[in-house]
Write a protein that binds this ligand. Structure first.
Ligand code: FES
Length: 506
């Protein structure tokens, strides 16, 4: 068994940031951007440079959420995307998607050079490979569809990774970087352009009554326009929670020993393991991802980390994991992000979400599009990404997702109520949902013997939370909210903490 460190992102560990938690909130602003990740900061930067007064409001710390917990591949190769897009939405839509993602990649390349942001931007080829004969034809079709969409794609049999690959879809001249260094650099540029950044203040609501108003944990801000880039949109009005599927992808990183660092970025089409290199203070590292699971599923997350570490050791020479973390990905029902007007009835409220596992180009493309929309500029990709688009296939998928949610809401509740209350029997390191009369409590006994107990019903829409044994969090299986042991919100759509509870004695 590989010995694994505590969970901590390599990107957070190697890019300290100035503290912006004390910055006062302005009373009025042209544009309030909620969320300090890649989509929010890109939008804010573009708008600040266009002369708008901009506020970025981040509930925690900048680039410390999803954007600080990625593998940071800046690639237009989004798994096997283009054949499906062309089939389901048409060749034009596939070409438009390819165009916008390429524009995002090119923009990061140009802006990081122009602004002199030292984020390790490195060009590399990207591969989706297979070791299974039955997948080869799918990859050949994908290479063809991607090339038809205008991308630098081809089918190859030469894959420079220690795996028995039969073939791969290769995209040339993609890139990877240090995402947090890039975003902290962008934040500095926003301030330089006159923008305000406030950390540690949570947006709790927004409305358009008599102008647009943002309600926060520190008071109210009046804004001409509001951009919601909080990963999972914090306002339920657009019913995004019914149209997004939350998945967690595990990541491990460490120095490469006995192998060459991966020369490109590689993704196994069948198992979804991936790897890229990173030069950490002059030491070649590999960053490997995979072993994904749906948030809140009852899986042993620790064991999945073990499996991933073992894969990284066998195929990328990572024999000592120094960092591990997990990414929180949201997929839309038709696999195209939602970027645009929050709701058909809102005029000044905008949203960006649903980038799947491809948030570096997806979030950047969203920022470029949102800035255009807010500025009233035409953008040919607006229809493709319109959050209020509708098609029958997507509607059916949404109904299926929500049937799963209903199961968690009703089924889990009643089966938990049937459990006897046995909090006293919890061993150190053990956690469970138990009951106190008709009330359900999420309880964890830490290794020191102290009990931590909070309400077990998610404050979003009331599903029962489940314990994540690797990250020591309570995760909601319905829409992916995550809470700390003290009940604090780590990940929305929930905006309120789980209430602390007194633990009953059996
Ligand atoms: Fe929606 Fe928990 S995230 S009910």
């Amino acid at each position: 068994m590989t010995e694994l460190p505590g969970t901590r992102s390599l990107w957070l560990d190697t890019a300290p940031a100035p503290d912006r938690t004390g910055t006062p909130l302005p009373a009025e602003i042209d544009v309030a951007v909620l969320g300090g990740g890649i989509a929010g900061l890109t939008t804010a930067y573009r708008l600040a440079r266009a002369g708008r007064s901009v506020l970025v409001l981040e509930a925690n710390r900048l680039a410390a959420g999803v954007s600080g917990h990625t593998t940071a591949k800046i690639s237009t190769q989004h798994g096997l995307k283009y054949a499906a897009l062309a089939k389901n939405k048409g060749a034009e839509a596939a070409a438009m998607y390819a165009y916008t993602q390429t524009a995002a990649l090119d923009w990061i390349a140009a802006a990081s050079a122009e602004l002199g942001i030292d984020c390790g931007f490195t060009r590399a080829d990207s591969f989706v490979y297979t070791t299974r004969a039955e997948t080869v034809e799918t990859l050949e079709r994908e290479a063809e569809a991607a090339a038809e969409a205008g991308l630098p794609a081809s089918y190859v049999t030469d894959v420079d990774l220690d795996v028995p690959a039969l073939g791969a879809v290769k995209f040339t001249a993609q890139a990877h970087f240090h995402p947090r260094r890039w975003l902290l650099g962008l934040a500095d540029e926003i301030e330089r352009a006159g923008g305000t950044i406030v950390e540690g203040v949570r947006a709790e609501g927004a409305d358009e009554i008599g102008g647009t108003r943002v309600l926060t944990s520190s008071g109210e801000v009046r804004a001409g326009e509001v951009v919601v880039a909080t990963h999972f949109p914090v306002l339920d009005r657009g019913l995004f929670f019914a149209r997004l599927d939350p998945v967690r992808d595990l990541v491990v990183a460490g120095p490469v020993e006995g192998n060459r660092p991966p020369s490109g970025m590689f993704l196994d089409a069948d198992t979804h393991h991936s790897v890229r290199s990173y030069l950490n203070d002059g030491v070649p590292y590999a960053v490997a991802g995979g072993e994904h699971y749906r948030v809140g599923d009852s899986v042993d997350v620790e064991s999945r980390y073990e499996l991933l570490a073992s894969w990284a050791s066998r195929h990328a020479g990572v024999h000592r994991v120094t960092h591990r973390w997990s990414a929180h990905d949201l997929s839309t029902v038709d696999s195209v992000p939602y970027v645009g007007r929050y709701h058909p009835a809102t005029r000044h409220l905008w949203v960006a979400t649903g980038f799947g596992q491809w948030g570096m180009t997806g979030g950047t493309a969203a920022g470029l599009l949102l800035a255009d929309l807010v500025l009233g500029r035409e953008n040919p990709s607006a229809d493709l990404y319109d959050p209020n688009r509708f098609d029958l296939r997507s509607a059916i998928t949404a109904v299926e997702n929500n049937a799963t949610v209903a199961k968690f809401m009703v089924g889990d509740h009643f089966s938990a109520l049937r459990q006897p209350a046995k909090v006293d029997e919890l061993a150190p390191g053990e956690a469970k949902v138990t009951r106190d009369g008709s009330e359900l409590i999420a309880a964890y006994r830490d290794p020191g013997g102290e009990l931590h107990a909070v309400g077990a019903h998610c404050t979003h829409l009331g599903c029962l939370v489940a314990f994540n044994n690797a990250e020591k969090t309570w995760d909601c299986p319905c829409h992916g909210s995550r809470f700390g042991l003290d009940g604090s919100v780590i990940q929305g759509p929930a905006v309120r903490a789980l209430p602390k509870k007194t633990v009953p004695r059996a």
